[in-house]
Design a protein. Structure first.
Length: 373
């Protein structure tokens, strides 16, 4: 049926963006007409064993040149990669196949070798965020900690975006995935009181985590099939649905613009690096290279930061205001042979139009709410 030419046509249609004119000085969010990804069938699977060891980073020897030279997947392969498993808190597991459609612009509704310990580049440029005035305020307040050791980002009232490898190692779900919890930093009062109102007379001694259980988890089959090598790293993302709303301001997801259109060519993210226990660590850096699915950068990071939401701040023309959006998920580390010279990168998975459509549908459950990336 549909083959490579169909896929190329699909991706071109999905990624049609409108960039600001050269006379417009503000870095502006592009307008994307994204495709529609809808569930086609769902099967019950055997309960997983939860026997994998949690990994706080992903390592891959396939660098930018390797990914750019890889053949494009066929249309059927893309549908398979975007199909997904859903893990529920009771341990049950389902697999959902999806269909991919392009709607007309009129919107008529018709379907259509490990050297990874060194992830600091020269002078350590990370900033530990201290004090409730920062930690409890946007955008830092959107960063949360997973009980498996990774980081996640609040992207809706009950949803957290993170890396797939924090939940699943490509072959099996990790230990603790069934009873997965998400931790929110909050002040720990000196007097030991549990009051929600914080006053100047009751300054917090330190921060502590308040935990909320995860109701269900979505992981794309592109990650499960790929096992973190070759195509697998392109799909290193997962969405967690909490058992109750978190009541914090969240950050919306957005389609990742080309690196040349990012403000200053720079990205930002905050995470719980394991070399600074209990600290939220913020960093920013320039994007060095990109493929359709990945951003290559040298932001200083350590294991534990995996799953952090990579974001930028740009002008939202429709709303006439500046807006931050998550455009990627920090995944891990790659040690690459660049023309005989070893070079290492930290890698983030880009939110492409197809991934946006999938993640947005997971969150909202209605494709009509996911038409503009």
């Amino acid at each position: 049926m549909a083959g490579l030419s169909t896929l190329i046509l699909l991706l071109c249609a999905a990624a049609k963006d409108v960039m600001p004119s050269s006379s417009h000085w503000k870095p502006t969010w592009p307008s994307y007409r994204v495709p529609v990804i809808l569930p086609q069938s769902t099967l019950n699977l055997d309960k997983p064993q939860f026997n994998a060891e949690a990994r706080l980073e992903v390592v891959s020897p396939c660098g930018p040149a390797c990914h750019k030279s890889s053949p494009l997947p066929t249309y059927e392969e893309v549908k398979n990669y975007l199909s997904y498993e859903t893990l529920y808190a009771n341990g049950s597991l389902t697999e959902t196949e999806v269909g991919i459609y392009i709607l007309s612009s009129s919107g008529d509704g018709s379907q259509g070798k490990s050297r990874t310990k060194r992830q600091i580049y020269g002078y350590d440029s990370r900033f530990s965020i201290f004090g409730k005035d920062f930690l409890l305020n946007y955008p830092f307040s959107t960063s949360v900690k997973l009980s498996t050791g990774c980081t996640g980002t609040l992207v809706a009232e009950k949803h957290v975006l993170t890396a797939a490898h924090c939940i699943h190692d490509g072959k099996s779900y990790v230990k603790g995935a069934q009873k997965l919890r998400v931790g929110f930093l909050k002040p720990k009062l000196k007097d030991g009181s549990k009051g929600a109102n914080i006053t100047n007379s009751a300054m917090p001694e330190k921060m502590k985590f308040q935990w909320i259980r995860v109701k269900r988890t979505h992981v794309p089959k592109g990650w499960i099939k790929g096992n973190a090598n070759d195509i697998g790293m392109d799909y290193d993302y997962a969405l967690l649905e909490l058992k109750k709303p978190h009541k914090r301001k969240f950050m919306k997801i957005g389609v990742s613009p080309p690196a040349r259109h990012l403000p200053g060519g720079r990205i930002h993210f905050s995470g719980y690096d394991n070399d600074r226990p209990g600290n939220l660590v913020y960093r920013f850096c320039d994007v060095k290279d990109e493929t359709y699915d990945l951003l290559y950068q040298q932001c200083d990071a350590q294991p534990g930061a995996s799953g952090s939401g990579v974001y930028v701040r740009m002008w939202k023309r429709q709303n006439h205001k500046w807006e931050r959006k998550i455009i990627g998920i920090f995944s891990g580390h790659q040690w690459v042979d660049m023309n005989g010279t070893p070079q290492d990168f930290n890698v983030a998975v880009r939110i492409t139009p197809l991934k946006y459509a999938q993640i947005c549908y997971w969150i909202k459950g209605n494709y009509l709410d996911c038409r503009e990336g």
